[in-house]
Every structure is written in C-alpha cells, then in structure tokens.
Design a protein around this ligand. Structure first.
Ligand code: PLP
Length: 458
C-alpha cells in the first residue's frame, strides 16, 4: 500500500518537531492527504473535523480558492524578490501598509519573517539595538512569563518557559528571567481577578528590582493568551496592568500574538481587547492562515525611529533571504480579505457557540475548568474537582486523549497535563462547532473508562 511505504520513509528519514525521536520510530506518522473548510482527510480516507486548525494557524480554513489563486498568480508573475539592495515587490509593500493601517496604535512598521520563532528572535535583536541606540546598553535583561511559549530559536526557547525546550540545549538563560503565570485555575492567590493582577504586578516589580532595577531591564514578553502552556487566559485588565508597569519604568513591552493574532480571539489582534498598544508585536500563523510560511514583527514609531536614527546611514544588520516573500505576502493579502469580508464576524459568533458548548461539558466528572476567548479554548481534566487533581501521568493524556478524539473524528491538541485545546478555523459552521463539542463529550466518556483514570478516581 502506498501509505505504508510513505510511513516507512517518514519513520526512517523525517525528523518531526517537538517529538520523541525514538517514540516516532515506533509509532510512525498519520498522513494527512487533503483538506477543505474545517475538515481534513487522512491517507485512508477518514474525515476529521480539525478542531485545532492545524497548529492553531489555518484560521481561514482549508481550500480557500481566492488564496490559492493569489498564490498561483504571484508565483507566475514574480515568485521571488529580495528586499536587499533597495528592491521589493508590490504585494509586500501593500501588505505592510495594510497591516500598519489595521494594527493597534502606532505599530506602523512591519518586518517580515518566515514564522513565529524568527519573529521573536528578531524582536530580541531589535530590543538590544534599541537600547544601544538610546545609549543604555546595560538594559540587557529580559523577562517573560512561566508557561509561556515564544518559539524554538536558541534565544526564543529561553523566553519560552516549557522544560523540554530548555533541558540539554545550553540556552543563554543567564539574561532571561520569568515571573509566574496568571493561570487562574491553579493560582496560589486564588481565582479573584484583582488579586491575580495585583500579584503579577508585584512580582514583575520585585523581579525588576532583583535584577538591579529598571536600568537593567530591556523588555517584558507576554502572550495575550498563553497558548502552548495550556490556553491560559489572563483576567481582564491583566495585560493592561503589565503594560502600564513597563511604560512607567521604560521597559519595552512585547506582545507575542503568534497564536492570538488574526481573529483567533475575535478581533484582528487580542491586544485590542484591552486597548493595549505594545512597543513591538510578533505575529505569524493566521497571517497567511498556514498556506505558506510567514511571520511579521510590528514596530511602534518610537522603536523604529530610535533604531533608524541609531543606525543613521549604516545598515541595520538583520535580514533573511525570504523576508517579505512576495508569494507569502500575496497569500496574506488574500487571507486578510477573507477575514475582513466576514470570517472575523463568523469567528466571533462561532467562538461564542464553542465556549457555550464547552461550558455545557462542565458537569462531566472529568472537567475541572473550561476557559477561552473567541475561537481559542481549553478544558482542563481532573480526577477530583475539589482537589483539582490532574490526570495521572499513567493515563498518558497527550496520546490517549488525542487518539480517542481522532477515532471520534476530531483533531484537538491534547496536552500532557490533561488539557484539551481548541482553535478551530474561523469558517466553522454551527453544525461543525456542535460536532466538536459532541465528539469531545464522547472522548471524555471514553477517557472516564480508561483503567488508569478510574484507578486515580477511586
Ligand atoms: N510565539 C508563540 C506565542 C507561539 O505560539 C509560537 C508557535 O506556536 C511561536 C512563537 C513560534 O512560532 P513558529 O512555530 O512559527 O516558529
């Protein structure tokens, strides 16, 4: 069978991201063959609802003809143009202008990358250059948030606060620091939003003091909703409060909107939910809806001007061969058309339906927490609701819950700590959202029958 030989080729030669390499040799790959709308079809012809939009990226849904046409047209006309030597391309210029127009506040300058990790990495370089240009190179300490994810580059993986991204990699962690997550369900200060905000503000101030004061701290990184840490939604006002501390102390505030950008939480950018304008903002994923790789760093006027004036006539030595790739830019423009011609609105309606549906699962014996905003949501499974006891490691939630959902015709993200994550395409219909919820209920019922789960509940 064709798929068997492909699985063998994959097993023998393809190194998968964030996977156990030996585990992959054992289990092999599930090949996906095609996709349309919110449905993916595997190599055996099984159809599944993609409740996670690939890797929270296919926000516009699969098979959008206008996007395919835009890419084809651009490939035919001009498949590549460098941004070096003062050259450029029409779609890149159009896209930068359109993004600057849509971005919050004075985020008027856009540097294009290939994805999220190099967008974060680029901000680190810009932050450092900025403080050098201001004559304050000693401001060289970075702070991010526990459970945060900021990509997989050597520097970004340090801002990321997930253990498997650190262990064994000898990252430059001596100048990268963390404060606790707002994680409301398991916050030591309780669930009261004001108490959580006050605790985070106090911890950020204390960490800054500990590092020698604001004179030493360059930047603070946040995700408006922490994604890979388990879809952790801060209480309303948290982002604005952290932004205010950074403004007061002259510390750059970087919003990592790689997941939350482009309609995931309802607006084009999640920062807009609280009227926050960061100094820099990173995006990727929904920018091109996953059809081709692209990320974007947004720079505010003052960051841009400081770096530009600091460099003067000299080149700012940062750039990639594929920055502002014309095919990616053409795709992003077509995807933006879709968002603005109804997908954002549909996503808002479907997001409300998804949240209501998931809330309806709260009475299930395994559901400890339901959280989310827009088309970004999670449920956290526990074996004891009062004690908030996580699923035991023996129940292997990351694989077993994923497998059960898969067999029920649903793709979700199953986190190792027993969290199920949802980020469906914004084009979902009501029937598809309802099916996501129903297939989740079935998956939960089957998980309840897992002997390792039952043993932990006794
Ligand atoms: N930042 C955030 C918040 C992310 O969620 C991700 C990826 O999931 C990244 C950065 C890295 O993006 P990429 O995987 O495109 O390099």
């Amino acid at each position: 069978m064709l798929s068997n030989s492909l699985i063998e080729q994959d097993r023998a030669h393809l190194v998968h991201p964030v996977a156990s390499w030996r585990g992959h040799e054992q289990s092999g790959v599930r090949l996906l063959k095609s996709a349309k709308g919110a449905t993916v079809t595997d190599a055996e012809g099984h159809q599944l609802l993609d409740g996670f939009a690939g890797l929270w990226c296919v926000n516009a849904g699969y098979g959008q003809e206008s996007v395919i046409e835009a890419a084809t047209r651009q490939m035919r006309e001009l498949p590549y143009a460098t941004g070096y030597f003062g050259l450029g391309s029409e779609p890149a210029a159009r896209l930068a202008a359109r993004l600057a127009d849509r971005a919050p506040g004075d985020l008027n300058h856009v540097y294009f990358t290939l994805g999220g990790s190099d967008a974060v990495d680029s901000t680190v370089r810009f932050v450092r250059y900025y403080w050098h240009a201001r004559g304050l190179p000693q401001k060289d300490q970075f702070i991010s948030v526990q459970q945060g994810y900021h990509g997989s580059s050597t520097v970004g993986a340090g801002l990321t606060a997930l253990p498997s991204f650190h262990a064994g990699f000898s990252l430059p962690l001596d100048w990268q620091h963390k404060i606790s997550s707002h994680y409301a369900y398991r916050n030591p200060v309780g669930t009261d939003p004001q108490a959580i905000i006050a605790a985070s503000v106090a911890e950020l101030r204390a960490r800054i003091d500990q590092l020698g004061g604001a004179d030493r701290v360059a930047a603070f990184y946040v995700e408006p909703i922490q994604g890979s840490g388990g879809v952790l939604v801060p209480p309303p006002g948290w982002i604005a409060a952290m932004r205010a501390v950074c403004k007061e102390l002259d510390i750059l505030f970087i919003a990592d909107e790689v997941i939350t950008g482009f309609g995931r939480t309802g607006q084009l950018f999640a920062c807009e939910d609280e009227g926050v304008v960061p100094d820099m903002m990173t995006t990727a994923k929904g920018l091109t809806s996953g059809y081709v790789p692209m990320g974007a760093v947004f720079l505010s006027d003052h960051v841009y001007d400081t770096i530009a004036d600091g460099a003067g006539a000299a080149a700012v030595g940062h750039g990639y061969t594929y920055s502002a790739h014309p095919v990616s830019a053409a795709v992003a423009l077509a995807v933006l058309d879709l968002y603005e011609d109804g997908l954002l609105e549909n996503g808002r309606r479907m997001g409300a339906r998804l949240m209501a549906g998931l809330q309806g699962l709260s009475d299930h014996p395994l559901v400890g927490d339901v959280r989310g905003r827009g088309m970004l949501a999670a449920i956290e499974l526990v074996t004891d609701k009062d004690a908030k006891t996580p699923l035991p490691a023996a129940a292997a939630p990351a694989t077993r819950v994923f497998d059960r959902a898969w067999r029920n015709g649903l793709v979700v993200r199953a986190f190792a700590q027993g969290v199920i994550g949802y980020a469906p395409p914004l084009c979902c219909t009501e029937a598809e959202i309802d099916a996501i919820v129903e297939r989740t209920r079935l998956t939960l019922d089957q998980t309840l029958e897992d002997p390792d789960v039952r043993a932990a509940m006794r």
